[in-house]
Ligand binder design. Structure first.
Ligand SMILES: Cc1ncc(COP(=O)(O)O)c(C=O)c1O
Length: 398
């Protein structure tokens, strides 16, 4: 029983399995990337599961995300790597978050926060080795490295990691990957020469972790593969298992006469007498409106096409002239792993992404807060009710 219309069930055993695949293929420790609420899967349950499955630490984009993990009882190592200029470094320092800095200005702000708190900050340095995004700019590197070495010598910071992010991780043979690796290694050599060797070095995202173990260094930083999606679909699924199943129920079944318009602006008219089903899922739940007419819903063991516009809260499927044997209350699966239901293959988040010309990262991370999250499998401590009762385990270390 639920009061939510849409349920996103997350299979924590799949997350644990995927962490195992990543550890094995990369030959390195795993920083479980749980930014964007764990790519829509729920950051805390995913984090606890990943750590129990052997991940070494956690990674987020914002300090807020990192602090939410702390507040959720995770006491181990968390790295946060993207900050706006007025970011609250004081809170991050107080929480012992590893703050990855991308500029001398950010390092100075972290040092100010640590000085004010009378403590030592944990810092990583993110180097722009050729992604052309965040990370210390090449022209600033020599001065930034000197600043870091001075801060380490002064005891103001503990230098934890040196990291970069790949521009062509999903093109394993692209020469730019090797260029970025060379530049990262050079940055580590610079810091070591200056007396500030990092504890860990990492650059690989999911595709590199799965296909380029030679780039692994100490750790890898996978996100999407941990959630079960292949980061290079043309190379197969790498044995990954998608963790999320998005499902609802058919909330209404009714006749539509030939010519009857369906949903806003009647973009679809029944070509002949038919039966339609209403699914209580819409774009406010993360079902993109642009998928209107391009989406199929798995009901029973069959697929039924969406017709008419996807609305904020609901969408309509054509069940055919005989209603396809569908009844109100039948389970309706929007996407999930192949095993999510019998009969016709269940659509995947990747199918949605392909239909829209985007990537499955965008599909899953946009499943917002309205669908209820349910968790199956995984360690007991990862279940939200258990965690709320204070039973946490598997904290990050390293
Ligand atoms: C800095 C950084 N590291 C790791 C990741 C994880 O990437 P992926 O989901 O491709 O594994 C991301 C995601 O964008 C990122 O921004």
């Amino acid at each position: 029983m639920t009061t939510a219309n849409l349920i996103a069930t997350v299979d924590l055993d799949a997350i644990a399995h995927n962490v195992g695949v990543l550890r094995e293929r990369s030959g390195a420790g795993v920083i479980a990337v749980v930014k964007a609420d764990g790519y829509g899967h729920g950051a805390l349950p995913v984090a606890r599961t990943a750590l129990t499955a052997g991940a070494q630490s956690l990674g987020t984009a914002s300090i807020r995300e990192a602090r939410e993990l702390r507040a959720g009882g995770l006491t181990g190592h968390i790295t946060a790597w993207l900050h706006r200029p007025d970011a609250d470094f004081a809170g991050a320092v107080a929480d012992g978050i590893d703050i990855a800095v991308s500029s001398r200005r950010q390092l100075a702000a972290v040092l100010d926060a640590a000085r004010a708190a009378g403590t030592r900050a944990i810092v990583s340095v993110k180097v722009d080795t050729g992604l052309g995004r965040s990370g210390v700019a090449r022209e600033e590197w020599d001065d930034a490295a000197a600043d870091i070495a001075r801060a380490v010598a002064d005891g103001a910071v503990e230098l934890h990691g040196v990291m970069c992010h790949l521009a062509f991780g999903d093109e394993p043979d692209h020469p730019h990957n090797d260029l970025q690796a060379q530049r990262l290694d050079a940055a580590v050599a610079d810091l070591t020469r200056l007396g500030a060797p990092p504890a860990v070095v990492h650059m690989s995202n999911s595709p590199a972790a799965l296909t380029r173990p030679d780039l692994s260094r100490d750790l890898v930083r996978p996100g999407i593969a941990m959630y079960g999606y292949s980061p290079i679909p043309s190379m197969g699924d790498f044995g990954l298992i998608p963790a999320m199943t998005l499902e609802s129920q058919v909330t209404m079944v009714k006749k539509a006469d030939s010519g009857q318009g369906v949903s806003y602006n009647h973009t679809w008219h029944a070509p002949s007498d038919t039966v339609i089903g209403v699914i209580p899922a819409g774009y406010a739940d993360g079902v993109p409106r642009m998928l209107s007419g391009k989406l199929q819903v798995h009901i029973g063991d069959r697929l039924f096409p969406n017709v008419g516009r996807i609305c904020m809260d609901q969408l309509v499927v054509d069940l055919g002239p005989d209603g396809g044997g569908v009844r109100e209350g039948d389970r309706a699966v929007l996407f999930g792993p192949a095993s999510a239901a019998g009969g016709a293959p269940v659509p995947t988040a990747t199918d949605w992404a392909d239909a829209l010309g985007t990537i499955d990262y965008e599909i899953v991370s946009r499943i917002g807060s309205r669908p209820e999250r349910r968790y199956t499998g995984g360690p007991a401590a990862a279940q939200p009710e258990c965690a709320a009762a204070g039973h946490t385990q598997g904290d990050a270390h390293g």
